[in-house]
Design a protein around this ligand. Structure first.
Ligand code: ZN
Length: 477
């Protein structure tokens, strides 16, 4: 049973999807106006991990993450660069895809773009207007917060306090400072679309409400994003969808990931206190970056610093080495044959323990640090027992469990140093066979002292030679 912390109810709840094993999941994607920073990357990786774990647990997840390709930031940046908004979007969508690929993020079932859903946005706004929770003001359309009683249900923001602290800007036509734009009338030099209220473009919050509804229906199961999106973005999404479709709970579970700090300070673009995902991936092992981003619980803040990344690289190395140890032992036993020792029993037990601990931790609100702790203790068991194990079946099972569970966290140890391991096995084989040939030669020449020395020294190194009627054979152990 999976329990997860639902921001909407402010407690951990048992996960019960709306439709049995089918799960609809929407995660706010990037506004594609700039290079994604490492804090954005945390959000991508966290929700990818959650999706992978749900799939591992047998759920059929339909995963939607959008590209916000029209909003104020897009327009400002495109104007600054003297290019079309669509050109800017293409550039950074390509960049996002590259980063996602390097972080081993499983492709979404669909990456809708806001500009491909303008007609559905207009439809939803019309519904909200029909239900009396929005008004038109000189080509703009605003959501009327005073007409929506449940406003504040997600963020806990008190609508009364909100109105006390806010003022209506001079260029705005709102009736109340809490109201927010569903549709913005065209301004010179901005992209625009036709609508019943004149030319204009959608408000940002409207984009996610519509794409979520379009691909997952109303209501759907899981909506994710960074904590900074709880208010106003997600609060407004709820208000819009609830008002348009007259449902109380448009999304059952709201999940939010914590901030990434840089050297314990809040990451800030304006202060220059941030790193792009590109810089980080260029400087560190890609899988170690992913491991680092999952090394803290997803709801807690996580601090980015060089030392933490170096530690993640070491951890990744330990994980890869343990997999290589298993592979190396399997390849030795393929020549040596099958046996069974206490080490095999210990390994088989460790194999069951790691799976149980991993699932227990991940079932508890996707506790990835706990899952890593389970994997590291499995690494210790592998390092203790694998060299003495004699059953290829047990070793193969351990390797399958190990790489399978790492795969749930999106870490791939399949390729690592397989080539290196195989070539060192080949080298060992060639060296031992050369020594056996020399021993045979010594025996032919009746130089028994040399022949015995070779046999003894190989024995000390853990390689035993047996003389059979077909000639000498050797094995490790
Ligand atoms: Zn969104």
């Amino acid at each position: 049973m999976i329990t997860l912390y639902n921001t909407r109810t402010r407690k951990k709840e048992e996960f019960e999807p709306l439709n049995d094993r089918k799960v609809g999941m929407y995660v706010c994607g990037p506004t594609v106006y700039d290079y994604p920073h490492i804090g954005n990357a945390r959000s991508f990786v966290v929700f990818d991990m959650i999706r992978r774990y749900l799939e591992y647990r047998g759920y059929n997840v339909y995963y939607v993450t959008n590209f916000t390709d029209i909003d104020d930031k897009m327009i400002d940046r495109a104007n600054k660069e003297g290019i079309e908004v669509s050109e800017l979007a293409e550039k950074f969508i390509a960049e996002y895809r590259q980063i996602a690929n390097e972080l081993n993020i499983k492709p979404a079932n669909i990456n809708p773009r806001a500009t491909e859903h303008i007609s559905q946005m207009i439809e939803m706004i019309e519904k909200i207007l029909d239900h009396g929770t929005a008004y038109v003001a000189e080509g703009d359309v605003y959501f009327d917060v005073s007409e929506f009683e449940q406003y504040g249900q997600l963020s806990g923001v008190d609508p009364e306090e909100l109105s006390a602290g806010a003022r209506v800007g001079v260029d705005e036509k709102k009736q109340d400072p809490r109201d927010f734009a569903l549709w913005k009338a065209e301004k010179p030099g901005e992209p625009s679309w036709d609508s019943p209220w004149g030319k204009g473009r959608p408000g940002w919050h409207m984009e996610c409400s519509v794409m979520g509804k379009h691909y997952l229906g109303v209501p759907f199961d899981i909506h994710g994003g960074g904590q900074d999106l709880i208010f106003p973005h997600h609060e407004n999404e709820i208000a819009q969808t609830a008002a348009a479709y007259e449902v109380d709970v448009p999304v059952k579970y709201w999940l939010h990931n914590g901030f990434l700090t840089i050297n314990t300070e809040k990451m800030s673009k304006s202060e220059g206190n941030f790193f792009t995902a590109r810089e980080v991936l260029d400087n560190f092992d890609n899988q170690a970056v992913r491991l680092f981003l999952l090394s803290g619980h997803y709801r807690q803040p996580l601090d980015y610093n060089t030392k933490a990344l170096e530690q993640a690289e070491q951890s990744m190395e330990r994980l890869r080495n343990a997999a290589d140890t298993l592979r190396g032992r399997i390849s030795i036993l393929e020549r040596k044959g099958i046996g069974h020792t206490n080490a095999d029993d210990s390994l088989r037990t460790a194999n069951e323990v790691v799976r149980q601990s991993f699932e227990r931790e991940m079932d508890d609100d996707f506790n990835s640090p706990g899952a890593f702790a389970a994997l590291y203790s499995f690494v210790r068991e592998i390092n203790t027992h694998a060299s003495k194990a004699e059953s290829p079946a047990v070793l193969r099972e351990s390797l399958a469990t190990f790489s399978g569970l790492l795969g749930v966290l999106g870490l791939d140890i399949e390729e690592s140093k397989v080539a290196g391991t195989e070539s060192s096995q080949e080298m060992l084989k060639a060296a031992v066979e050369l020594l056996i040939e020399l021993r045979e030669k010594a025996r032919e020449e009746k130089d028994y002292a040399t022949a015995d020395m070779i046999r003894e020294r190989l024995g000390e190194a853990g390689i035993s030679i047996s003389d059979t009627k077909d000639g000498p054979t050797w094995k490790i152990g």
